[in-house]
Design a protein around this ligand. Structure first.
Ligand code: HEM
Length: 495
């Protein structure tokens, strides 16, 4: 009598796994864990946080690993040389982004700067952002906004200090960067005291919260069945969120257009006396010259990308830096001494001082080494077949560069888990090839690096200049008592 059919299922599964493994080797694909299960692939190996799980897998199978995340092939690289190979020799091949749900709905069907594929449209967006918005010249024009916001933060912390109130520093830094970036984008302030419009601010905060909640990768990206069945309603929520984001940003664009007209401007370079031209206004100037390309939709899309890419990353880095300083008082003291020696006690630190404060830059680099805000960069995808580490990588493979693993690997760094800013002293450009790349590298590397270094360096430098013996009653989230340094009391009159 024949055995019932279902008894063959384990056999079929085993055959599938062995055949997969055999062909994997035959095709010279990068190493992979043996058990590649039907439907889910290697997802069963993944726990949060993803970069730690991947570092563990790489520790076992090597710095170039090919995994299967459900329906997607994923190449994980975790050594400086493998990262270099991907982002130099194969930089163009890996310059695409995978089509993930967030890119479809929040990236306007994969057309926004962060989500669009490599090509003319991406090149144009990159050019606009690098030249028209994030160039040294433009950042200088927006300098006053950042100074204003840092001063306002110092004032708030000083009040908390006088009242001996403990402060949630995570919120302080998040609100600082959000206010600074939104004022640069549209001249609006939505957090803390003196918000422009309470209801508008409430709506904005809701949009920001939902974007950070829904905008990260979700299981539907890897298991299409979840997407088809609409499990969790994620896609519906993303569509609704994008509708709100677009409507909100369009209102801001309209507001900037009205402001423009009130100057009697024609969308040109004219700005009223004492006013700072916002990023939207910079783009409206382009719209006046070339309306067909620089549409409202393009302006909305660019601004939404900068808002999300530039805030949480910078705020998180400031929070980690302060947390590390509180746990390493000798580093804080050395940084204070550097600032006092360079600036004295009669004036406030300024962004332009950062270049002259090498130890502060070392602290920044060391923080970004230990806690990179993008531990796996943003996923890339290969447009054609290429080789990495001598292995064949097929077209359409998603690339994750495990920067966290590279930054924390004892093979690359002495005392890798120790906070030692001194390790960067004397290093030209404070970088060490592909051993340190918190902003990525190559064509898709972060275009906001200069702004980030200014915002984070200036924000952190100001904290160091003003406050002493910040103590940390609770590490998670970072809560601190801020005590004004005696030498900084005089400076308070300047803010
Ligand atoms: C400490 C702060 C920041 C860190 C650590 C950081 C890091 C990164 C990383 C790792 C990437 C991905 C690179 C890749 O895929 O290879 C990226 C992309 C990007 N970043 Fe940043 N970033 C920061 C701040 C900013 C700021 C302030 C802005 C602008 C306001 C910005 C705008 C962008 C944009 C638009 C992209 C996408 C570029 C593209 O796809 O072509 N970032 N950033």
């Amino acid at each position: 009598m024949a055995a019932p059919w279902f008894l063959y299922i384990p056999l079929i599964f085993a055959l599938y796994i062995f055949t997969q493994h055999f062909f994997h080797k035959l095709r010279n694909l990068p190493p992979a864990p043996f058990l590649n299960l039907p439907f889910i692939g290697h997802l069963y190996l993944i726990k949060k946080p993803l970069y730690r799980s991947l570092a563990k897998i790489s520790g076992r199978y090597g710095p170039v690993v090919l995994l299967q995340f459900g329906s997607r092939r994923v190449l994980v690289v975790s050594s400086p040389s493998a990262a270099e190979e991907c982002l130099t020799k194969n930089d163009v091949v890996f310059a695409n982004r995978p089509h993930l749900l967030a890119g479809k709905h929040l990236g306007n069907n994969y057309t926004s700067l962060a989500w669009t594929s490599y090509g003319d449209h991406w090149r144009n967006l990159r050019k606009i952002s690098s030249i028209e918005i994030l160039s040294t010249n433009r950042l200088q024009m927006l300098h006053r906004i950042r100074v204003d916001e840092v001063k306002s933060t110092i004032r708030a912390l000083n009040r908390a200090s006088e009242q001996r109130r403990v402060v949630d520093m995570k919120t302080v830094f998040f609100e600082l960067t959000m206010n600074a970036v939104m004022r640069m984008i549209a001249g609006k302030r939505y957090y803390g005291e003196n918000v422009d419009d309470v209801e508008e601010a409430r709506l904005f905060r809701e949009i920001v919260r939902d974007t950070f909640r829904l905008g990260t990768s979700n299981m539907g990206d890897f298991l299409p069945v979840i997407r088809w069945l609409g499990v969790g309603g994620v896609e519906k929520a993303l569509v609704e969120l994008q509708r709100k984001r677009e409507a909100f940003m369009q209102e801001l664009v309209e507001g900037c257009k009205r402001r423009f007209k009130s100057y009697g401007g024609d969308g040109g370079e004219v700005v009223a006396e004492g006013q700072t031209k916002t990023m939207i206004e910079m783009l409206l100037a382009l719209q006046a010259k070339e309306p067909d390309y620089h549409t409202d939709a393009l302006i909305r899309s660019l601004m939404l990308v900068l808002l999300i890419a530039g805030t949480d990353t910078s705020a998180g880095t400031m929070e980690w830096a302060l947390s590390l300083l509180l746990n390493h008082p000798h580093v804080l003291k050395k940084a204070q001494l550097e600032i006092d020696n360079h600036i004295g006690h009669d004036r406030l630190i300024d962004e332009s001082d950062i270049a002259e404060l090498p130890y502060l830059r070392c602290i920044l680099n060391e923080t970004l080494r230990l806690y990179p805000a993008g531990p796996l960069l943003v996923p890339h995808e290969s447009s054609e077949q290429c080789t990495v580490g001598g292995y064949r990588v097929p077209a359409g493979t998603m690339l994750l560069v495990n920067v966290w693993a590279i930054h924390n690997d004892p093979k690359n760094w002495e005392d890798a888990r120790e906070f030692k800013p001194e390790r960067f002293e004397g290093l030209e450009g404070n970088r060490d090839g592909f051993k340190l790349m918190p902003f990525g590298s190559g064509r898709r590397g972060c275009p906001g690096e200069a702004l980030a270094v200014r915002m984070v360096g200036f924000g952190l430098g100001s904290m160091i200049q003003f406050f002493l013996g910040l103590s940390m009653p609770k590490a998670e989230p970072l809560m601190a008592y801020c005590r004004v340094r005696p030498v900084a009391a005089k400076l308070l009159s300047q803010i």
